[in-house]
Design a protein around this ligand. Sequence first.
Ligand code: GDP
Length: 298
Amino acid sequence: MFDTLSDRLTSALQSLRGKGKLTDADIDATAREIRIALLEADVALPVVREFIAQIKQRAKGAEVSGALNPAQQVIKIVNEELIGILGGETRRLTLAKNPPTVIMLAGLQGSGKTTLAGKLAMWLKKQGHAPLLVACDLQRPNAVTQLQVVGERAGVPTFAPEPGNGVGDPVDVARRGIDEAKHAQHDIVIVDTAGRLGVDEELMRQAADIRDAVRPDETLFVVDAMIGQDAVATAEAFRDGVGFSGVVLTKLDGDARGGAALSVRQVTGRPILFASNGEKLEDFDTFHPDRMASRILG
Ligand code: GDP
């Protein structure tokens, strides 16, 4: 996904190579190229501004160190700042002291929430946990069945409203799902919630009601990295409407520019916990800011 950004940053930094000493003009010129590369990749403007200001300030103030030539020093600064906007340290999932740990998933329809539920369940199961999926997306036809199918593939049971009981109340299903987890000794509950095509108030209220009923240890906002600048606006709307403790980036295997997703951490102040990069349940892992920065810098 970040091939173009990666190429552009590499070439911006390439022009510094071989220089014995960097002038402020050299740094300004490189900073300008980095700025264009980030904006073209759809990184949000406030994030770009702060990033460039930091690079300039640090590169101009940098002491010439014995081990690194000036170009390497700037690359090191860019790398560190990139890790910074991606969240710094890897943030692990918070587990409840008294199980079950409740993880609620929120996001727009099509963001990859249901797939993510299966991925996360399988990943946790491999680590020795016993997750239960709870189907609270009662809006979209087939959402419950889809979660059950994903659960079966992951080898994890799904708690769902009984068929034939009408649409049902997602808050009630969520509550009963938690009871079921306690009863059947599941140590983790993953609650899938309804997503609409766009942000809407009813969706937010429903997600907030489920949140209040299940008091999640983690609320993960799932965002499709391919939706461009909308990712930032959607994240802000969910932060204000439902609140979330972490972000999951999906579809990082796509060929869209993806920079907006890279802005989500900085804009919302919430860490990115996981990344999805494909349709298969295995295409999923913990998000490591340092590895992502290295990948972007090539
Ligand atoms: P939901 O509406 O948020 O529950 O989204 P779904 O889980 O149904 O996913 C929507 C579509 O995106 C499906 O076709 C998934 O197979 C696909 N999908 C989910 N995650 C990824 C991913 O990481 N990469 C790719 N390429 N496709 C994905």
